[in-house]
Design a protein around this ligand. Sequence first.
Ligand code: QV4
Length: 474
Amino acid sequence: QHNPHWWGNRNTIVHLFEWKWSDIANECENFLAPQGYAGVQVSPVNENIISAGRPWWERYQPISYKLITRSGNELDFASMVRRCNDVGVRIYVDVLLNHMSGDFEGTAVGTGGSVAEPSKKSFPAVPYTAADFHPSCDITDWNDRFQVQQCELVGLKDLDQGNNWVRTQLIAFLDHLIQLGVAGFRVDAAKHMAASDLKFIYDNVRDLNTDHGFPNNARAFIFQEVIDHGHETVSREEYNQLGAVTEFRFSEEIGKAFRGHNTLKWLQSWGTAWGFLPSEQALTFVDNHDNQRDSGEVLNYKSPKQYKMATAFHLAYPYGISRVMSSFGFDDRDQAPPQDASENIISPQFDVEGACTNGWICEHRWRQIYNMVGFKNAVRGTGLSNWWDNGDNQVAFCRGSKGFIAFNNNNYDLNETLQTCLPAGTYCDVISGAKLNGACAGKSVTVDGNGYAHISIGANEFDGVLALHADAKL
Ligand code: QV4
C-alpha cells in the first residue's frame, strides 16, 4: 500500500493543518490543482474531546468515529473529497487507531455532542468499554516494546488492536472514509501498535472507491508515523513493508544542513546512503506539525530563507514521497489555530499576491515553494546528474534535461558558469519570479548551445536558490 494514487504528473502532498473542509475544497479548486499539488493530508476527521483554550492537539483525543470536528461535519467532508478528487487532488486522512482520549474530569462532551467518561474508558458513542483497552501503564522506557505498544502514550487510553471488536470498529471507520473517496491515511502513532495488528487491519479494509476515479482493486495509500532516529527497539523496518513510513531522519538532517551545521556539498549522496529508507517507502518532510514546535535542528517558517532553501532541495532532489507543511502561526506549543470569539476555526484570507494574512502561514502559497512543486512535476521521471559544488556550501545539479537548480548557503556570492543540461534558450528562475505573460518576472538565465549558463546568487539576496525548468522557458 505504497502507491499514493497521484493524478497525472503531480507528486507533492501538502498538510493543510487544522483547515476546515470547506476551505480545503476551495483551495483544491482555486490553488492546489492549478499549481500542481497532488494531494492534501487533512487533520483528524472524527469527533474529539473539547479542551480548554482549544489547543490543536485536542483533535488527537478521539471519543467517537462520527465525522464531526471543528473542521466540519460529514457532509462538509464528503463534499470536500468529491470536489478535490474532481480536480485531481487526493485526500489523505490523519487517523487515530492507537488510542482514544486521555483522562478528563467528569463527563466529556465531544465536538459532535457525544458523551464519554475517558477515565473509566467508557466511550458509549462507539461503543468501547474498558475491556477494549490495554490495562493502564506509563511509557517510561522507550526501548521497552511492551511499554511502547501496550502502555499509554501521554496518558491516552490505549486500544487493544488484537481485540476483535476494536478491529471491527477501526476497519469500519477506515472503510467509511474510503467509501467517501479518500485515497489513503496517515496512521498516527503507528509505532505504538504492533505491526501484525496493523497488517490485519490494512488487509481487511476495502479497495478505493471507483466512483471517485480510482482503478479497480486499488489499495489505500498508507503512511505510518514511526519516529525512528536509529537504534530503536521498535524500528521503522517493522512497518515499511506495510506502507510508507515517515522518515524523521530526513527532516533532522535537512534542517541541520541548511542551518549551516553540515556542509551542503555532502548532500551529493542524499538518500539511502544517509541511512534513510528506500525512496518509495519514505514519506519526507522538512518539518511536521509536531517537530516544527520543538527547538533543535528542524527548520520551520520562522527561518524563512533557510526554510525555503531546504524545501527547494527537498523538492528538487529525486528522493522520497514529498509532503509540504502548511502551518498556522504560533508562539507557544499549545496555541489554538486561528479562531473567532466563539471558538470557530476561521477561514484563511489572502492578500493580492495570494499570501495568507489572518494567522495562517500557508507556506504552500509561498511562490518559492509552490513553484518548486511545479519544478518537481516538470522533472518527474528524470534522474540527477552533473552535481557541482564549490567544496563548501554552494551546490548545483541537473534533473535530466528538464531542470537545473543551484543553492548558495555561503556568506559570499555564487558566480559561476555551470552546466544546466537544458536545451539552449532563455529560462525564468522560478524562485525570484516566474514566467508571466511571455516574460520573466524575476531573474532570467540564458543557456547556450552546450547547456552552459552563467549562474549568480548573491550572498545577501532574498533567496539562496535559483531554479530553472522546461516549463519556464521563454
Ligand atoms: C498529560 C501529561 C502525561 C500524563 C497525562 C495524564 O503530559 O504525562 O500521562 O497528562 O492524563 C496532550 C498534552 C499532554 C497530556 C495529553 C493527555 O500535550 O501533556 O498528557 O494531552 O491529556 C498530540 C500532542 C500531545 C497531546 C496529544 C493528545 O503532541 O502533546 O497530548 O496530541 O492531545 C511520540 C510518539 C508519536 C507522537 C509524538 C508526539 O511516538 O506518535 O510523541 N506523535 C503523534 C502525533 C501527535 C499526537 C499524538 C501522536 C497522539 O503526531 O501530534 O500528540 O495522538 O514521539
